[in-house]
Ligand binder design. Structure first.
Ligand code: SF4
Length: 285
């Protein structure tokens, strides 16, 4: 197993290294070990490949938004929702997924968030890893992965707006928006940018999030530390794989019930095959 030659970071990795505010009790470093160190082992790979219903809903909802704007006439047609559902091959999904995605499509058709925007980037949501951004400073060097769902401007084309689509009850983690703002700083140099979240099921917008240059610098430094810490942990693990639980310490508890690795984790308090309803974390985001 080869270790990436240069440290990398993404919002997903950051969330696995450090808990969001209020989530400290449930945070388990061993999950990071499974996702980021043992992901190629057949059992782990199989568990990672299993998309739960909430994950499928998230992916299909994003793809639905993409299809509406790829075929904009569908936004004005009375059977636009049915046509997009067909493009998504929604009938191949479970009843729960079909029902919730249809509701999302209907809501989006009624009030399309992006209808009067100048869309710069809109991803279908199933395109895999984005191209990394190389951040090379005097004191650190790392690759930043940031899969932005959508970037647009208003009619004045002035401020870039990055929006991340959510579904279900997933809470907004501001750190995800901060990672996008750092990525935008490199991808669109000199452009002013803001980020926000939009829950497609609740039709709920978050506040706009912005960051100044000093905050951007300290964010970059913090991400460099996350990338470096993870790189060091990977190196330690590959030197001595039997130290897995020392390098990625478990934090067992009732939350193991919602962990996708509870069936293979030696420390799990609950062996279960239940789907996990934790907030959806995009593997490339
Ligand atoms: S089952 Fe529990 S201890 Fe094991 S990785 Fe998951 S949360 Fe951590």
């Amino acid at each position: 197993m080869t270790i990436p030659d240069r440290p990398f970071v993404s919002y997903h990795l950051w969330s696995l290294v450090a808990p969001a505010t209020g989530q400290e009790r449930w945070h388990c470093q061993m999950r990071r070990g499974f996702v980021k160190a043992r992901q190629h082992e057949p059992q782990v790979k199989a568990l990672l490949a299993k998309a739960t219903a909430p994950q499928r809903i998230g992916i299909l909802a994003q793809k639905g938004v993409y299809e509406f704007h790829h075929h904009t006439h569908l936004l004005n047609q009375s059977d636009g929702v049915e046509k997009v559902a067909k493009l998504l091959q929604l009938s191949h999904s479970s009843d729960e997924v079909q029902q919730r995605v249809l509701q999302i499509l209907q809501k989006y058709h009624n009030a399309p968030l992006l209808s009067d925007k100048h869309i710069i980037q809109l991803t279908p949501g199933d395109e895999g890893f984005p191209k990394p951004i190389l951040i090379d400073q005097d004191d650190y060097c790392f690759r930043l992965y940031a899969a932005m769902d959508c970037v647009f401007t208003d009619s004045d084309h002035r401020i870039l707006h990055i929006v991340d689509f959510k579904t279900g009850k997933a809470t907004f983690d501001q750190r995800q928006a901060l990672v996008y703002l750092l990525a935008a700083h490199y991808l669109y140099p000199g452009r002013e940018a803001v980020a926000s979240f939009y829950n497609l099921e609740l039709c709920k917008k978050s506040d706009l999030i912005s960051i100044n240059n000093t905050e951007l610098e300290s964010l970059e430094f913090e991400l460099a530390n996350v990338a470096q810490k993870h790189q060091q942990d990977l190196q330690k693990y590959h030197q001595e794989t039997s130290d897995f639980s020392k390098i990625f310490p478990p934090n067992p508890g009732s939350h193991c019930r919602f962990c996708p690795f509870n069936s293979i984790c030696d420390f799990s308090e609950i062996k279960s095959s239940l789907p996990h309803p934790l907030p959806i974390l995009k593997v490339n985001g």
